[in-house]
Design a protein around this ligand. Structure first.
Ligand SMILES: NC(=O)c1ccc[n+]([C@@H]2O[C@H](COP(=O)([O-])OP(=O)(O)OC[C@H]3O[C@@H](n4cnc5c(N)ncnc54)[C@H](OP(=O)(O)O)[C@@H]3O)[C@@H](O)[C@H]2O)c1
Length: 334
């Protein structure tokens, strides 16, 4: 069941995308990847989702980031990808790097969440079925589970690679100490951790401040950024109010309480710097993250092809002068 109307752009790897090596692995990832957290669920337009995925692939965005619970409803973003695989992308499976995760609430009862072997194994099987895939390229522990022995979670991650269900392993949002145990355990079992996924952007520097980014580098892992635009705040989405079709209006994970006076001040100041640099606030925000060579890729979210098109402009972001970097720090500290 293929869609005869979609033929990938023959120039997809010459459209401006750049690729970075993921830690000390053999894998290259696009500087900009596409995330399926919002706007790919069964409440969203399938046609729009498919258009965004095709646009991404046509522009060298060959990494799609998913998780078992993305939707809403939970699991439906994976189903959307599964449908697109069936309709058009299956012939290009070997050009795609697809990740999914397990760890957040998925089904009722004691096995539907967290980091037990039972949860991770069942969840990955469900994900593969929903996505119409024989294997994922990357399987993440989505969160650290303080109540399951780390060895149980980590050995399960090793085993899913041995079973051929995932090619690589990653961890997301793990605290520093537990992450160190993970890096050691996985390396000792010949399945080195490919990547750490953490939230990092101009107004949230936590992985830098806690040493998580340096730690990933020291352990030969890549670092991939989520919410690089602070869910739209750093795209200027809310400068003139709350648009009806926005994440805040949809009642998503971004709440209107995030729009504090302090935040508005910071965003206005950052926008002026971006204007002086001849780019949009979104382009500058992504460019600033990519300016850090510890970063392998940024996972953007988008609700339209137009947003994706604008954000891919960050690949041509001009270099930052020391003065501009200083101005950015001042703006962020307002
Ligand atoms: N590991 C984890 O725990 C975790 C957690 C969160 C996310 N993630 C991953 O990271 C991905 C990205 O996260 P995110 O969606 O929060 O990323 P983001 O890039 O910070 O925010 C994306 C949102 O910003 C708005 N936007 C983007 N470009 C815009 C533009 N040019 N102009 C105006 N608005 C624009 C859109 O909001 P509207 O929808 O309002 O248009 C879009 O949905 C997720 O899809 C997921 O794969 C992982």
């Amino acid at each position: 069941m293929t869609t005869p109307t979609y033929t990938p752009d023959a120039q997809r790897y010459e459209n401006g995308m750049k690729y970075r090596r993921c830690g000390k692995s053999g894998i290259l990832l696009p500087e900009i990847s596409l995330g399926f957290w919002h706007n790919f669920g069964d409440v969203d337009s399938f046609a729009n989702a498919e258009e965004m995925v095709h646009y991404a692939f046509d522009h060298g965005v060959c990494h799609f980031d998913l998780a078992n619970n993305y939707g809403p409803s939970s699991g439906s973003a994976e189903k959307t990808l599964g449908r697109i695989m069936q309709r058009s992308l299956q012939p290009y499976r070997d050009e795609l790097f697809i990740s999914t995760k397990a760890g957040y609430d998925m089904w009722p009862g004691p096995y539907g969440s967290w980091g037990s072997r039972k949860n991770l194994m069942a969840s990955l099987d469900q994900s593969l079925q929903r996505m119409n895939l024989a294997y994922v390229d990357l399987f993440y522990s989505h969160r650290y589970d303080p109540n399951t022995p780390l060895e149980e979670t980590l050995q399960t991650l090793v085993d899913v690679v041995r079973m051929g269900k995932a090619l690589y392993i990653g961890i997301s949002r793990w605290p520093r100490e537990a992450a160190q145990v993970a890096y050691r355990y996985l390396a000792a079992h010949d399945v080195p951790c490919l990547i750490y996924q953490g939230r990092y952007n101009l107004i949230d520097r936590e992985p830098q401040e806690t040493g998580i980014m340096d730690q990933a580098q020291e352990n030969g892992a890549g670092f991939i950024v989520f919410s690089p635009l602070a869910q739209g705040l750093l795209a200027g989405r809310y400068i003139d109010g709350i648009p009806d079709d926005s994440r805040i209006a949809h009642g998503g994970h971004l709440k209107k309480e995030a729009l504090t006076d302090k935040r508005r001040l910071q965003i206005d100041a950052l926008r002026l710097i971006a204007e002086r640099r001849g780019q949009s606030l979104a382009e500058m925000s992504l460019g600033w993250i990519l300016n850090d060579k510890r970063v392998t890729s940024v996972i953007i979210g988008a609700s339209s092809v137009a947003q994706m098109q604008k954000n891919l402009g960050a690949l041509q972001s001009p270099p930052f002068s020391p003065e501009e970097l200083q101005e950015i720090e001042v703006a962020c500290s307002l």
